[in-house]
Unconditional design. Structure first.
Length: 253
């Protein structure tokens, strides 16, 4: 039955940045589909952990600063030691800095690139090595953005990082598909999260954004549950190097 292809029972997923928002939403979707979860965050995601375990799944918390590369191999080692294997990686952790390009600082550049792009590559690399050692393939899901396709304003390092995420998603798929590793990305549209609070609080900007979205609403974390389960499951075994927009039709307008 086709629904069996979406079943993730017994799979182990690492999700970075699963404390709130989109990361929490995707984590709960994976857990509902059967996944045990390893959550990587700066702090223990107490609410997410409680909601995952309430579903009867295991949850392991790893505290790490992903902007520093020294923690990356430790994440893989701890996960395998506790959970026995890794099947899925969701590179969700990210940050944003808003400042005009004419005055944008080097620190704001480095802070965003290190977390949003550099850590995505090197954590993917470490997990892919584990996939190959296990000999059963695996799924890597990167979180891109509407700014993987568009320029935006006042977010130069964020735009650069998310354009880079789209690019390395394609590159890694080219190199790793032969190992049974699917690398894809999700590009959320305008979502009701902490990152967009300032936009939603600006009545004029919020109205302009909603007028362009054919669905006529901001997205929610629940809107990413179906896409992430699809890309994490056997149902997407022949999907490689693709960035799926979940945007209420924004890019189609």
């Amino acid at each position: 039955m086709i629904l069996d292809a979406f079943n993730l029972t017994g799979k182990v997923a690492i999700v970075t940045g699963c404390d709130t928002g989109l990361g929490q939403g995707m984590t709960l979707g994976l857990a509902q589909a059967g996944c045990d979860i390893v959550g990587v965050n700066r702090k223990i995601p107490e609410e997410t952990a409680a909601r995952v375990t309430a579903l009867g799944r295991r949850f392991m918390a790893i505290q790490a600063d992903l902007s520093q590369q020294a923690c990356i191999q430790d994440i893989v080692t701890k996960t395998v030691a506790e959970m026995g294997r890794i099947d899925i990686l969701v590179n969700n952790a990210g940050t944003i800095r808003r400042e005009d390009a004419l005055t944008f600082s080097e620190k704001n550049w480095d802070d965003v690139i290190n977390l949003n792009l550099k850590s995505v590559f090197f954590l993917s690399q470490a997990v892919a090595r584990q996939f190959i050692a296990q000999g059963e393939g695996g799924k890597i899901i990167n979180i891109a953005s509407m700014l993987s396709f568009q320029g935006g304003i006042r977010v130069p390092s964020y735009t650069a990082s998310k354009s880079g995420v789209l690019g390395i998603t394609r590159l890694l798929a080219n190199e790793w598909s032969k190992h049974g590793i699917n690398v894809n990305a999700i590009a959320p549209g305008y979502m009701a999260t902490d990152n967009t609070q300032a936009l939603r609080d600006d009545e004029e900007r919020s109205k302009a954004i909603l007028e362009r979205i054919p669905a006529e609403r901001w997205g929610t974390p629940d809107d990413l549950q179906g896409p992430v389960v699809f890309l994490a499951s056997a149902a997407s075994d022949y999907v490689n190097g693709y960035t799926l927009a979940v945007d209420g039709g924004w890019l189609a307008r």
